[in-house]
Design a protein around this ligand. Sequence first.
Ligand SMILES: [Zn+2]
Length: 351
Amino acid sequence: MSPSIQELKNKLQDLYQSAEQDLKSARSSSELYELKTHHIGNKSRFQKMMKEMKNLSPEEKPLFGKWLNEKKTALEEMYSSLFRELKNRELEQKIKTEKIDLSLPGPPSHKGGLHPVQLIIQKTVNIFKSLGYSVRTGPMIESDWNNFQALNIPTDHPSRDLQDTFYIDEAHVLRTHTSPIQVRSMLAEKPPMAILAPGKVFRRDNDVSHSPTFHQMEGMFIDTHVSMAHLKGTLSYFVKELFGTNTKVRFRPSYFPFTEPSAEYDCSCPICGMKGCPMCKQSGWMEIGGCGLMHPKVLELSHIPSEKWEGFAFGLGMERLAIVYYGIPHIKLFLENDIRFLEQFSFKGES
Ligand SMILES: [Zn+2]
């Protein structure tokens, strides 16, 4: 025979009392939580009483359901208030017993350092500053005119095929070289001038030995009676200052639309002293960049009279220089942000 509503009510009262007694006896918040789960959790006897309702009459069901809910809510509220009380007590206890030892050393902190590419930019700038050059900067998003046309690279010029360019829109690009800074300087200043333009440049190159972003430094000198001899003397001075007095420079004929004549220039391998090593591919020479006398048209496009003024320009690949200077085997190391690699340069900064 199924139990009557009175019997169920008595049973509910018993369960409630036993739960109340247990909850009040808990000594810690974790013990209290376990007791709560035991008494009113999903698998508790309390929960199972819900099933007993099916044997009651339709009039009795809501009445019993109401009692059941009242008791359960009362127990849940009791649990919450006891839990807060126990937690507070535990915290007070913790504060009393745990002491902070102020004499203990703190966790070690990582000291930041300059990236090897930034270090080599600093060194290069310092060397050219000693020759009277000063630094100019410009935006990374450039007009097509500053990046190409002002440098004697018209829209249909074949040399545009050489430069796979990131176009922002038809008239703007991510600069493919730092030469637009030279254009900006020519338009804003009057010769004689000696400027350096270091910065990040962008090309659609991405393979084992190329990265779509890298650093260049452009140098430009404008004065009267400027010759290739001045250019070679300047670059020789630079490599000797950077790599040592025995370093040599050699020019190889080349072609750029913005210089005439143009040359690629190499320096004698500072790693093997021209004996031949893997870094210089056994040739004894390292490629450093391109250079040449400024094309009269480039001067004219920036409103500098070419019958009076002459100039030279050179470009340096900064990752390339850092590779040679520090003997770094792989260009990808510059971009990986591996702290073990970067830490080796932390203390090598120079002002
Ligand atoms: Zn070598």
